[in-house]
Write a protein that binds this ligand. Structure first.
Ligand SMILES: [Zn+2]
Ligand SMILES: [Zn+2]
Length: 216
């Protein structure tokens, strides 16, 4: 398996392109602004078949390019609690545009999710099996995608290297976030690499020892 990370859009949001061992299938985790054209060009260049877009949560900066991947044939996977954010993105357009005037109407195209997943479900893609863990607190539909075989987890905005997701956005909840981190992230093996929605990678063991906000 190979992972290509790209930090994109006005909030430097990470998109991850995961390429299967056979070098044929690929999937994408999160769809920040400009990820669609950029990663689809890379997928075409490498002659890959895109099977899935895994969405860690419904905030605009993680899914605004989802419609590009859907149009390219990817199955969209997300948590039901963020259905409004993902499938009714037009409703948030004026608020974001007043904050970020450079955004155009094309940055607010909804996408239809093909499969809603929840805690404990498995997603098979690119020769990998991802366990879904529900980690609300930053956003109600926050989920992480954990591959036990590869010892990696795509954690969205629940936890960052030395930090945690903000909880001052609508429907954020600080205590719920800490509970999610302790019960759903710190219960993973210490050597699992965490690939977050912003910034560089970290590990479960490192955060248990050094994270100043979420103590075990
Ligand atoms: Zn977020
Ligand atoms: Zn984010």
């Amino acid at each position: 398996m190979k992972i290509i990370a790209a930090s994109l859009g006005p909030f430097d949001t990470n998109a991850y392109l995961v390429i299967a061992d056979d070098g044929k299938d690929c999937c994408v985790i999160d769809a920040p602004k400009d990820a669609g054209p950029l990663l689809l060009a890379e997928i075409k260049k490498q002659g890959l078949r895109l099977t899935h877009l895994l969405i860690t949560h419904g905030h605009w900066d993680h899914m605004c390019d989802a419609h590009h991947f859907a149009a390219a044939g990817a199955q969209l996977i997300a948590h039901k609690d963020d259905q409004q954010l993902i499938e009714n993105i037009e409703a948030y357009r004026s608020r974001y545009q007043s904050m970020l005037p450079m955004l155009s109407d094309e940055d607010f195209c909804s996408a239809k999710v093909d499969r809603w997943v929840d805690e404990g479900e498995m997603v098979e893609t690119c020769g990998l099996t991802f366990e879904i863990r529900h980690v609300p607190g930053h956003c109600p539909g926050s989920i992480l995608f954990y591959s036990a075989a590869q010892k990696i987890a795509f954690t969205g905005d629940a936890i960052f290297k030395g930090s945690v997701g903000r909880t001052d956005l609508p429907n954020g909840d600080w205590n719920q976030l800490l509970t999610s981190i302790r019960n759903r992230i710190y219960t993973l093996p210490d050597d699992v690499v965490l690939l977050p929605g912003h910034g560089g990678k970290t590990s479960v063991g490192y955060e248990k020892k050094h994270n100043p906000y979420a103590k075990p």
